[in-house]
Write a protein that binds this ligand. Sequence first.
Ligand SMILES: O=C(O)CCC(=O)C(=O)O
Ligand SMILES: [Fe+2]
Length: 212
Amino acid sequence: MDLFAQDTPSKVMLAPGACWLSGFALPCMPVLWSCLAQHLSAHPPRQMMTPMGYPMSVRTSSMGDWGWVGSAAGYGYQAADPANHQPWPAMPEVILQLAATAAQQAGYADFVPDSCLINVYAPGSKMGLHQDKDEQDFTQPIVSVSLGLPATFLFGGARRTDKPVKIPLVHGDVVVWGGASRRFYHGVAPVQPGQHPLIGPQRINLTLRKAR
Ligand SMILES: O=C(O)CCC(=O)C(=O)O
Ligand SMILES: [Fe+2]
């Protein structure tokens, strides 16, 4: 069975180089969630510190060669989990394939991420407007996968002051941005309380990137 076969996936352009693939991850969700749930029980997500000295609103864990880590020293990618000094676990095939096929749909061939950041949003958690700029190669896109509770994704422009569009993301949606919008500001409005039948009372987002 081809887990990624979809007749006409809905694709909404958000900006040059950026698109919203609604429901794109639904066919692989049972396999994806079983891998992810297993990972999260072995590598529980934690609140990273911001360089400003306060904890981030989301809890995070990572997979792949490079984990994204925040601390008083700044943000960046690290090969080992600071909690146990072990390398992060490898990304499962289902995630690598999902990333590559979603990127392909968005016009980016041969995307091979080496980092999967797992952001866990409890109700009330949010992410302020920011740019993803800790990676070395900005020709590679970002693939972002939503699971669980819905959330309003804010997608702005090249300047922090550019007014963001509000994207109502739901379970299984994928957003891809790169090219002209690779460094566009984006964020997530506070997640509203609720219960998702598969994922429970939370939103989880996978941010797939090529860090190095
Ligand atoms: O949770 C999201 O939808 C966005 C996550 C994000 O922007 C990031 O991990 O850099
Ligand atoms: Fe981001």
